[in-house]
Design a protein around this ligand. Structure first.
Ligand SMILES: CC(C)(COP(=O)(O)OP(=O)(O)OC[C@H]1O[C@@H](n2cnc3c(N)ncnc32)[C@H](O)[C@@H]1OP(=O)(O)O)[C@@H](O)C(=O)NCCC(=O)NCCS
Length: 437
């Protein structure tokens, strides 16, 4: 609503200020004019972890965490997961509209023709130790692409940007598959451009000596759906990193590597790997109540539960549960599913979880499904990074085209010493009377 104001009275000076409100938000810079005098810096906001700060305007993804709603460019995630392919959704997320048939064909062709890695990049991957974590390899190799495509630095040119978008979306499955094959000591498999995006990924992961890899269509579709669900999630930790690094006009390869680094943490994309470790640790259904009591007593968290934004069932978790059932028809049931279902049931009836609105999130069931499909837990976060590359790039593009954005540079409240004199070595260790402010 326009013409709404927040009236703030500064009790220090008794001055009143009308601060414009737009969509329930005030501009932090408007608080600067609230001063006690000309020398005063003005009022700032303090918001560790961005709990109540909008860092940008975005038209990409909408989440209503209380109602459990997720939409890309206005389309409900449920409809996209049911009706679209991943690359179709990628186009939507990046360019704002669903593609026409011709646009989709052109888009898929462009992505498909950028799936190969430069041979030197392949050699670079060979340098990692046999037991290197796939996510570490993924992050480093994506960053290394910056050395292969130095023109990517020209981030203000839309055509150059588009080319890097093709390259990144085309190459991340190849890098991901190579990290996996490397950890197993298997030879690398080159992309097969006759296959769909997810089928080709499966080909690069699992092809052995057969002349042509044929993906199981149910598993390929399930993976495609998982990719759709992970494509974007508005201003999460890694998207924020992508925007922050991109705001310095660093190239998209290093910015994507930085975003992937943020994703690797156990509180973000690393959680699905942690869920499987947790289910292993629990072991049997009868040990669930004791495990929950352990968590409630403050010893760790129930991995795959809780979310900064969703205070309701994560809509993606619901779709994953459905997709997992399709996968289990092919692979047989993952025995961990029984433990997960029981854990969910008990947690959702427990006062601790009810009071804190802690529900299963996207990571709770995805790991169980990935494991049934034959993925090792170490690669789960890489599976998240492949589709999320689309979201990172969409956020990056939007940031670069936003006239209001500048290099991201937060303020701080300084809590250290006031100015004090240098202490020569021989006098250090002697108690001084300096005070902290
Ligand atoms: C996702 C997550 C980081 C969100 O954190 P957050 O928004 O900062 O929420 P908080 O840590 O402030 O949690 C609020 C309360 O719920 C508790 N809580 C949050 N997640 C919990 C979990 N998974 N298990 C047990 N308790 C949990 C916190 O201890 C806190 O309790 P308190 O009020 O008694 O101190 C957090 O829920 C978490 O660590 N979950 C497990 C990891 C995970 O699944 N991550 C994937 C996210 S998609």
């Amino acid at each position: 609503m326009e013409n709404e104001f927040l009236n703030i009275v500064d009790k220090r000076t008794n001055a009143a200020y009308d601060v414009p409100l737009n969509q329930g938000t005030i501009r932090a810079m408007d608080l600067r004019k609230i001063k006690t005098g000309p020398e005063d810096f003005g009022v700032m906001t303090y918001d560790p972890a961005f709990m109540n700060t909008a860092s940008c305007k975005s038209a990409i993804t909408f989440i209503d965490g209380d109602k459990g709603i997720l939409r890309y460019r206005g389309y409900p995630i449920e409809q996209l997961a049911e009706r679209c392919s991943f690359l179709e959704v990628a186009y939507l997320v990046l360019f704002g509209e669903l593609p026409t048939e011709a646009e989709l064909k052109g888009w898929v062709d462009n992505i498909t023709h950028h799936t190969m890695l430069h041979e030197t990049t392949k050699k670079f991957l060979e340098g990692f130790r046999f037991n290197a974590h796939p996510m570490g390899m993924f992050i480093s190799t994506v960053a290394a692409l910056s050395t292969v495509y130095p023109e990517a630095r020209n981030v203000l040119d839309p055509e150059t940007r588009k080319l890097q978008i093709y390259r990144l979306i085309g190459k991340v499955p190849t890098i991901a598959a190579y990290t996996y094959r490397h950890s197993l000591g298997f030879p690398y498999v080159y992309p097969d451009n006759e296959l769909s995006y997810t089928e080709n990924f499966m080909n690069m992961l699992w092809k052995m000596v057969e002349p042509k890899y044929r993906a199981n269509p149910v598993l390929a579709r399930a993976l495609d759906i998982l990719f759709i669900l992970h494509a974007d999630h508005e201003q999460n930790c890694s998207a924020n990193v992508m925007r922050a690094v991109g705001s310095s006009q660093a190239d998209p390869f290093v910015a994507t590597a930085a975003a992937a680094a943020a994703l690797s943490g156990p509180l973000h994309g690393g959680a699905n790997e942690e869920v499987l470790k947790m289910l292993d640790e629990i072991g049997t259904k009868d040990r669930i109540p004791a495990y929950i009591e352990h968590v409630k007593a403050g010893h760790g968290k129930l991995m795959g539960f809780g979310h900064r934004i969703y205070k309701n069932y994560d809509p993606r978790a619901r779709i994953i549960k459905w997709a997992a059932d399709q996968v289990f028809e092919v692979t047989g049931r993952n025995p961990k599913l029984e433990i997960a279902l029981e854990l969910e049931r008990i947690a959702l009836e427990d006062e601790y979880f009810i009071k804190r609105k802690l529900y299963p999130n996207v990571d709770f069931y995805s790991g169980i499904m990935y494991q049934a499909m034959g993925f090792k837990p170490e690669i789960f976060t890489v599976l998240f990074a492949i589709p999320r590359t689309v979201g990172w790039l969409a956020q990056w593009q939007e940031m670069l085209e936003d006239q209001e954005q500048k290099i991201a540079r937060p303020r701080q409240i300084y809590t250290g010493y006031e100015a004090r004199d240098f202490i020569p070595m021989e006098k250090r260790g002697v108690k001084t009377t300096s005070v902290t402010s």
